[in-house]
Design a protein. Structure first.
Lengths: 113, 110
């Protein structure tokens, strides 16, 4: 069975500090990977997706970047956090890119102060 | 404006009652998905209904799709307290994009 693990579970960071969030998928080779952001009480906004190692497509620019260093790993990062980066970050995977089911991780909650 | 939107921000029912969440979307789609997100958790898909299907069931859940009016509904029968969650509809778009609606917050009271 496939499992998806996100880390850290939660962070409180200062404005201007760097951030790195991670996501690992086990049990599925060559998954399509996604990062979503969710403000408190809000909808899910897709940030990035990746079809293969080393290839990441940006959907929304929020002064964030993403990388896929390994087939099973997806990293979200920024060098300087803004207050607006606060929220819930969700990693997800799917078997194909064309409207298929997304399987989400448990999320990483970020508070920027 | 969003490409997919649920029509109610919040609904509240008593346990055992039925409830329907509605969704409207703005573009032609190949399929529509319904997700449920419990507090502090990632969303989980409930039903995927394709454009050539009018209805799809999953246990106590029933989804309908009307491509002529670009709308969908998700009905839950015999609700339970554990159905309390936010329900999202989501539609696929070009570039591996899955767009979520704003969500409907459902509260099931004992």
């Amino acid at each position: 069975a496939q499992t998806i693990h996100q880390w850290p579970v939660a962070e409180i960071k200062a404005v201007g500090s760097p951030l790195s969030l991670g996501c690992t998928i086990k049990g599925k080779s060559s998954p399509n990977l996604y990062w979503y952001w969710q403000a408190t009480g809000g909808t899910l906004q897709q940030l990035f997706y990746s079809i293969t190692v080393g290839q990441v497509e940006s959907v929304v620019q929020l002064n964030l970047s993403a990388s896929r260093p390994k087939d099973d790993q997806f990293i979200l990062s920024t060098e300087k956090l803004l207050l607006s980066h606060s929220g819930f970050y969700l990693c997800a995977w799917s078997r194909t890119v064309s409207g298929n089911t997304l399987y989400f991780g448990e999320g990483s909650r970020l508070i920027v102060v | 404006s969003q490409l997919a939107e649920e029509n109610s921000w919040a609904l509240s029912v008593h346990e055992g009652e039925s409830v329907t969440v509605n969704c409207s979307y703005k573009t032609s789609i190949t399929a529509l998905q319904w997700y449920r997100q419990k507090s502090g958790k990632g969303p989980a898909q409930l039903i995927l209904i394709r454009s050539n299907e009018r209805e799809k069931r999953n246990g106590r859940l029933r989804a309908t799709l009307d491509t002529s009016s670009q709308s969908s509904s998700l009905s839950i029968t015999a609700t339970r307290c554990e159905d309390t969650a936010v329900y999202f509809c989501a539609t696929p778009h070009a570039g591996a994009k899955l767009t979520f609606g704003g969500g409907t917050r459902l509260t099931v009271r004992p």
